[in-house]
Design a protein. Structure first.
Length: 262
């Protein structure tokens, strides 16, 4: 299905999602959020794709966040300003869960809602010219799509408060120092690096990866002892899968495993 604001392509086991509004620095309006939710729902439910890479079109911005021009032009139109999908801003910052890994390739500015979308990725690769921040207070807003809650959990309270309360962005290198991104590379190497991470993930059992992600994300809300015995659905799917047999068998036979994802 073609989309107006998003490029969506599948190559083998990898899905590529590109916010395609370079003329407005890939900013996000409600219609863009709704398209992104459709794309992520398709990725989540397609058994043939196991990893996704999210980026923005061009080299200036991953996403500049909320489309303030759209908001100003439609301020009196409640219907136009309504995000219709349950995933909320960007299709993922609200009520959206996906146990498949998502890699963010930060190709420029990731500001405001753009950073909030990036925070929903499991792994982040940043181009060396990228900048990341939550500048909402400078326009009378705040990072309401989870930024004020997720950022402190990821980089610690004081570092997050420094970013949130000054509304100043940080460089890609500082984001690496803070543990906000996994790797910083030249722009020319960005997508190849994201694909390297994706292919490393694809060497693993997809069901093991999903069980791991679900256990990590849901376990963060629990005591360790409770998390270790919690009945996570992805874990149960792994324990009853063909891949659970294939992995040890391939190891014993000294051959690459042939994962089926079931």
């Amino acid at each position: 299905m073609p989309y107006k604001y998003v490029l969506y392509e599948k190559k083998g086991r990898i899905a590529y999602v590109t916010i395609n509004r370079p003329e407005v620095m890939n900013s996000i309006s409600p219609p863009v959020s709704d398209e992104l939710y459709e794309v992520w729902s398709d990725f989540k439910n397609d058994p043939e794709v196991w990893v996704a890479i999210l980026t923005g079109a061009g080299e200036r911005a991953f996403s500049a966040g909320n489309d303030l021009k759209y908001q100003a032009e439609h301020a009196a139109d409640a219907a136009a300003m309504t995000i219709k999908n349950p995933g909320g801003f960007g299709g993922t910052t609200g009520n959206f869960e996906c146990n498949k890994p998502i890699i963010g390739a930060i190709n420029g500015f990731a500001m405001g809602g753009g950073l909030e979308i990036a925070l929903m990725c499991d792994i982040l690769i940043a181009a060396d010219h990228a900048k990341l921040g939550l500048p909402e207070p400078k326009v009378g807003l705040f990072a309401a799509a989870g930024g004020v809650h997720r950022l402190p959990r990821l980089i610690g309270l004081k570092r997050a408060m420094g970013m949130i309360l000054t509304a100043k962005p940080i460089t890609a290198q500082k984001a690496l120092e803070f543990g906000l991104v996994n790797e910083v590379v030249p722009m020319k190497d960005l997508m190849a690096t994201a694909e390297r991470w994706a292919n490393d993930i694809l060497q693993c059992s997809p069901l093991s990866i999903r069980a791991s992600k679900e256990s990590v994300m849901k376990g963060l809300e629990m005591k360790v002892q409770d998390a270790m015995v919690a009945p996570f659905p992805a874990v149960n799917a792994l324990w009853t899968s063909e891949d659970l047999i294939e992995g040890p068998m391939a190891f014993a036979q000294k051959r690459p495993p042939q994962w089926k994802g079931r």
